[in-house]
Design a binder for this molecule. Structure first.
Ligand code: FES
Ligand code: FES
Length: 151
C-alpha cells in the first residue's frame, strides 16, 4: 500500500512501493496524460513534477515519494502553467502530441526557476526531452513567448 499526494489529492493505492511512479499514475490512478516512451530515462515523455521540480517518473519509485507532492499534466495550475499552455496553443507547437506533456512539464519547471531563459538555458533545460516530430523550434519559441507574457 502506498499513500501518494497527486495533484493535491491524497490517494491510497494498493501497489508495490518499488513500482515506478509512471506505472502507478497511468495504470492505478488513471492519469494517462503522462506518457511512457522508453522506461529508461532517455526520452522525457514521462516527466512530472515532484515538489515543483521536473523528474522522470519512470525512474522514481512510488515508495520514495510518499511524503512529496506529485503534479502531472492534468494537475498543473497557476500563472506560469497558464502562460505556457497559452503560448503552446498560439504557436501551434503540438504535432502528434505524444511527447508534449513531458515538454510542457519541463517548460513550466524552467520558467518557474528562470523567468527570462536564454536559448542556451532552454536547450539545457529541455535537453533529452525527445520529440520525434521535431517540434523543437516551436517549443523554444513558445517558451520565449510565455516568458514575455509573464514579464
Ligand atoms: S519513459 Fe521515462 S524517460 Fe522515457
Ligand atoms: S509532437 Fe510528436 S513526438 Fe513530439
Amino acid at each position: 500500500m502506498a499513500r501518494l499526494t497527486i495533484n493535491n489529492e491524497v490517494r491510497e493505492i494498493d501497489i508495490d512501493p518499488a513500482m515506478p511512479l509512471l506505472w502507478a499514475l497511468r495504470d492505478h490512478v488513471g492519469l494517462t496524460g503522462t506518457k511512457y516512451g522508453c522506461g529508461a530515462a532517455l526520452c522525457g515523455a514521462c516527466t512530472v513534477h515532484l515538489d515543483g521540480e521536473p523528474v522522470r517518473s519512470c525512474q522514481v519509485r512510488v515508495g520514495d515519494v510518499t511524503d512529496r507532492k506529485v503534479t502531472t499534466i492534468e494537475g498543473v495550475a497557476g500563472r506560469v502553467a497558464r502562460a505556457v499552455q497559452s503560448a503552446w496553443q498560439r504557436l501551434d507547437v503540438v504535432q502528434c502530441g505524444y511527447c508534449q506533456s513531458g515538454q510542457i512539464m519541463s517548460a513550466i519547471g524552467l520558467l518557474e526557476q528562470n523567468a527570462r531563459p536564454s536559448d542556451a538555458d532552454i536547450d539545457n533545460a529541455m535537453d533529452g526531452i525527445v520529440c520525434r516530430c521535431a517540434t523543437y523550434v516551436r517549443i523554444r519559441a513558445a517558451i520565449h513567448a510565455a516568458a514575455r507574457d509573464l514579464a
